[in-house]
Design a protein around this ligand. Structure first.
Ligand code: ADP
Length: 357
């Protein structure tokens, strides 16, 4: 068990600043997910924690001990990669016990640890198989098992599910969540997939261009994104972000969206000036059709998914389509005009620099 602390961590490759001044504390037993678009620096950050990359600046502590110069093997961590890298000529049991054997751990202890890891991962029936006799998901479970047998104080996962198909990813996601519950060990998990981040994390760290944009519980980030980037990155289907102008009147403030307008909720309106240009973020489930008051739009595409329908609508005067998520299959037909109304509680306002208003 261990906490992980990053203090002003930086990484430069020549002139490229891959990670800039990241400071963060991961509590003992916490499952923290680093998420962000490709190239944002999340793998570099993880590899510095693992000891696979030199740290250019700042300090890294694991379990309260400074780790900057400690070799990877002595950091008490185990890492699971996207590629399983199993030894093809060894059985599942041999693969899982190999590192311990190399460390000189006695045979009985290796066997006990392999048996325990196999139990946790439901691999008991497969211990004598070779990797080529396993499915992709089973191979990744063996790679995780290999990490478990080493009883690390911190697990590091680098996009471990990226090679699996959608069904298996969903299944393995649940297994990793269950594993975290059972092992009660600190885990840091890197992914570019915001669904994985939302569903797995105790806390999400959103990275962009080498800096932390925001960190917090998944729903906190979803409900109160600190800026336009976080709002746009988390949430499926994606949030609608629309340019708008503030109109202050005696009866309250509204936003003009194309030819339509929506009322700004009281607290947010207080900070806005008449004529101010802002961007409004509206999650698809904060929009609904057919009930007023609202603005007019034409349905361009309807994706009927069964329990929900995604409507892509063209509002008058806006040159972008808006996505609306409605419950059930009942929804206006393509080509029809409809009234779109906004749940003010689901409205996010951003200034020109992208910060939340
Ligand atoms: P992510 O994991 O978020 O996709 P990375 O951490 O792999 O991003 O990379 C962050 C940035 O650092 C990228 O701009 C990438 O091109 C750069 N980078 C990563 N590794 C190297 C390297 N060995 N040499 C030079 N630049 C690198």
């Amino acid at each position: 068990m261990a906490s992980v602390e990053l203090r002003n961590i930086r990484k430069t490759y020549g002139k490229v600043e891959a990670v800039r001044e990241v400071s963060l504390e991961v509590a003992d037993r916490e499952l923290v997910v680093f998420v962000g678009p490709s190239g944002c620096g999340k793998s570099t950050l993880l590899r510095m924690i693992a000891g696979l990359e030199e740290i250019s600046g700042g300090e890294l502590y694991i379990g309260g001990k400074l780790m900057n110069k400690v070799p990877a093997a002595d950091r008490g961590i185990a890492m699971v990669f996207q590629s399983y890298a199993l030894y093809p000529h060894m059985t599942v049991a041999e693969n899982m016990g190999f590192a311990l054997k190399m460390m000189g751990v006695g045979r009985a202890e290796v066997e006990a640890k392999v048996r325990e890891a196999a139990r946790v991962l439901q691999l008991e029936g497969l211990l004598d198989r070779k990797p080529k006799q396993l499915s992709g998901g089973q191979r990744q479970r063996v790679a995780i098992g290999r990490a478990i047998t080493r009883s690390p104080s911190v697990f590091l996962f680098d996009e471990p599910l990226s090679n699996l198909d959608a069904d298996l990813r969903a299944q393995m996601r649940i297994e990793i969540a269950r594993l975290h519950d059972e092992l009660k060990t600190t885990m840091i998990y890197v992914t570019h997939d915001q669904v994985e981040a939302m569903t797995l994390a105790d806390r999400i760290v959103v990275l962009n261009d080498g800096v932390v944009e925001q960190h917090g519980k998944p729903l906190e980030l979803y409900q109160s994104p600190a800026n336009r980037f976080v709002a746009g990155f988390l949430g499926q289907p994606k949030i609608n972000i629309i340019p708008a102008t503030v109109i202050r009147g005696p009866a309250g403030s509204t936003l003009s969206l194309g030819k339509g307008s929506v009322v700004i909720p009281g607290p947010a309106a207080a900070n806005l000036a008449d004529g101010e240009r802002v961007e409004v973020g509206l999650r698809p489930d904060a929009l609904s059709v057919g009930t007023g008051p609202g603005f007019e739009a034409k349905v361009v595409v309807a994706e009927r998914l069964g329990s929900t329908t995604l409507l892509h609508v063209q509002a008058k005067g806006l040159d972008q389509l808006l996505t609306i998520e409605t419950k059930g299959a009942e929804a206006p037909e393509v080509g029809n005009d409809t009234l779109v109304s906004v749940d003010p509680a689901g409205m996010h306002l951003f200034a020109a620099d992208g910060g939340r208003i």
